[in-house]
Design a binder for this molecule. Sequence first.
Ligand SMILES: CSC[C@@H](O)[C@@H](O)C(=O)COP(=O)(O)O
Length: 354
Amino acid sequence: MPTILPVRLQQHPEKLVLLDQTKLPVEEVFLYLDTRESIFEAIKKLRVRGAPAIGIAAAYGMYVCLSQNTYPSLDAMEQDMKALKEYFASSRPTAVNLFWALDRMEKTFHENLGKQGITQTQLLAALLQESNQIFLEDQAMGKSIGMHGLSLFDKKKQWGVMTHCNAGGLATSGYGTALAPLYLGHEQGYQFKVFSNETRPLLQGSRLTAYELAKGGIDVTILCDTMVSLVMKERKIDAVIVGADRIAANGDTANKIGTSGVAILARYYNIPFYVAAPSSTFDVATATGNDIIIEIRDGDEVVNGFGKRTGPKNVSVYNPAFDVTDATLITGIITEKGIIESPNAEKIKNHLSI
Ligand SMILES: CSC[C@@H](O)[C@@H](O)C(=O)COP(=O)(O)O
């Protein structure tokens, strides 16, 4: 299991504790946050990132912020809960886990608000329990994803696995999603050679995935995004596994920019392409990938990233943070319940039992 926890709650006094991922791989710096502005900023600036971790941070963040105040009435507390929900939800638009976690917190608030004689302290206790539940469920889902994903491999050889961006421990409260089979397998004596795509422009693949896998003792090689085709042609890759930020009802999957190109190349070279994600990443209210809102980020991340100017000033830059991989390019979606082979709307509906 990965050794660094990117998001957790501290109590007495209440703080949201985040590993500042913008500082990796150079330094492990922890932030202790208790204001709504600092939590919003941490999500927006990717100090905490990865769909499940963003959801957990927002849930704990709501609890921490509400616990700072004594409200004149339960109505005032409810208004503030709604304002916080809206504020955190406006931080990043693509990862559905953010909205899923905030909806769960709001539902818990309202269910308890309806109880006769409920106090602010009791409402806070209910929110604390719900946010801890979201954290623990994510941990359990990661482990189950790992078990199902591991069934794709055996111990007879070393497997070449490519991943893009970071869908590991740093993106969740446990084993991760795409990296979960690798961690579990490593613990059980399976052999992997992981190829981690650098993932321009913010380098989650080289800064984060390579960092956590190396720390966990798993063989990892960093590739520039431009090297994917060559390495696939050299037959170094047996399978690709990536995470997801949002999976539409038909299986179209939004994930870090560059993922769809990797999927297209994998199809060309006849390499299986898997998406690993918990059920909290499915958004069945969104029919297809065309309806997923893609976050557009500041162009400076592309031409002035990490303090180095790599493009001229005053030139337009396009910086979409995610792209959508067509369901038809996906060999299977690995969830905590099993693997959806060649995903489509009906299989997804049955798999999620909805
Ligand atoms: C288990 S994390 C899955 C995805 O959130 C991950 O692959 C990804 O694209 C993260 O993007 P990021 O912009 O770093 O939040």
